[in-house]
Design a protein around this ligand. Structure first.
Ligand code: NAP
Length: 199
């Protein structure tokens, strides 16, 4: 499951659990992106995002978190990750789960065709998301859409809530809230823009 996870929220966790059940997966591996190169905003340091993802998933025996992308220097390319996972697990069936909006742009990703060949892509969709966009992009028959009502929660809303001093309880795991507060990740001073080094 790929994402920036800045921060991870209950919508991501519900998506993973739903994919695990619907697709009868053996496990879901969370892959916080090291350097999401297509983002126009600054992103919280990979170490913080990795640790928040680990805290959020620790209680679920079917969830693990990979350091693969956060430890790989340079821009994060999903194709590189899928090549490495495929080489390590030649006989396994691989799925790449991420947000439908991210998958809409897949044709702009590095080696998009190879990505689509290396794994089955699962597009997690927010309520009201128009899957017609995926159809218009010619992707409807190449990805599977997973409707997840809990994806009404978004990382950007959580960041804004932190910055504005509004509650985030029940939107993100308690441990993630405590971690983010302890490290001042999303306070008004830097609006979630953390230039600091790895913890
Ligand atoms: P994004 O553009 O920040 O996210 C687009 C939408 O999808 C947002 O609404 C986001 O919600 C949602 N989303 C993201 N990850 C999700 C997940 N795991 N489950 C459910 N919803 C999710 O996307 P991103 O985080 O930068 O990238 C998503 C994945 O695509 C990452 O693994 C990234 O490495 C990959 N990607 C690869 C390339 C490439 O060139 N290879 C380019 C772009 C992205 P939230 O903000 O609430 O998460």
């Amino acid at each position: 499951m790929g994402g920036t996870f800045d921060p991870i929220h209950l919508g991501h966790l519900v998506t993973a659990e739903q994919a695990l059940f619907d697709l009868r997966l053996d496990e879901v591996v969370f892959l916080p992106a090291g350097a999401p190169w297509q983002k126009s905003r600054a992103v919280t340091s990979p170490g913080h995002r990795y640790l928040m993802t680990a805290l959020a998933t620790a209680g679920n025996p079917s969830f693990t978190v990979s350091r693969l992308e956060v430890e790989t220097p340079g821009p994060t390319y999903t194709v590189d990750t899928l090549r490495r996972v495929r080489a390590a697990l030649p006989d396994d069936e691989l799925f790449f789960i991420t947000g439908a909006d991210a998958i809409l742009n897949i044709l702009t990703w590095k080696d998009a065709e190879e990505c689509l060949a290396l794994a089955s892509f699962i597009a997690a969709s927010r309520p009201g998301h128009d899957v017609g966009d995926l159809a218009a992009a010619g992707l409807m028959d190449r990805v599977t859409v997973l409707d997840v009502p809990a994806l009404a929660i978004s990382s950007s809303d959580v960041r804004q809530r932190f910055a504005a001093g509004r509650p985030v309880r029940y939107l993100i795991p308690r441990e993630v809230e405590e971690y983010a507060r302890k490290h001042g990740l999303y306070n008004a001073a830097h609006h979630g823009l953390v230039a600091g080094s790895l913890p």
